[in-house]
Design a protein. Structure first.
Length: 193
């Protein structure tokens, strides 16, 4: 079952909450943030939301590769978010600069509503689900044919994982979708070169 984060939204502010991506729960008569959306923009209506404050710096891309499904053995597209830089607003240290390569995002627990819209359109099988490995829910790939979970650990950490240490020759087999050219986008998750 999808997890909802309920907000305390005064009636006068309901339109701006809706613009940020909040939805109305008619039974509970409360606004909520649908699962998988970053809470940071909702901080004024949700006490715990401000802790969620990492930013993907554009350009933000969606990388698409192929991987074998462990269950049905079919080939399925798998996806991974990437961006030019990450700003962690939770610590005061100056951001470590890196050499301009893309940062790959994994173990995503929440993501900005604007990025979510791209994911729904381009990668409907990349969506929040329960991870037994991590003991929590996070965004993960699913086999296009049988729906089996294809966790980020395999894709990012195992030697044949398509998103591990992408070398220049590997880029030929990775499709890049440009999601956002400018701006900064909330997320919570891990990132690596
Ligand atoms: Zn499968």
């Amino acid at each position: 079952m999808a997890v909802r984060t309920y907000l305390n939204v005064p009636f006068a502010e309901k339109d701006s909450a809706r613009e940020f991506g909040a939805r109305w729960d008619a039974d509970a008569k409360r606004w909520y943030v649908p699962e998988g959306i970053a809470l940071h923009p909702f901080a004024c209506w949700h006490a715990g939301a401000a802790a969620d404050a990492m930013l993907m710096v554009a350009p933000v891309l969606l990388l698409q590769a192929w991987s074998s499904c462990w269950k049905c053995k079919g080939r399925s597209p798998v996806f991974c978010l990437a961006c030019s830089d990450v700003r962690d607003t939770r610590d005061d240290r100056p951001d470590e600069s890196h050499d301009g390569d893309l940062l790959l995002i994994s173990d995503v627990t929440t993501v900005d509503e604007r990025i979510l819209r791209h994911l729904r359109r381009l990668a409907p099988d990349y969506r929040p689900d329960w991870s037994a490995t991590k003991g929590s829910r996070c965004w993960m790939n699913h086999c296009r044919d049988c729906g089996a979970k294809m966790g980020d650990f395999h894709l990012h950490c195992e030697p044949d994982g398509p998103f591990l240490c992408i070398t220049s020759s590997d880029w030929n087999r990775i499709l890049q979708h440009l999601l956002e050219r400018d701006g900064e986008y909330d997320f919570d998750g891990s990132y690596s070169l």
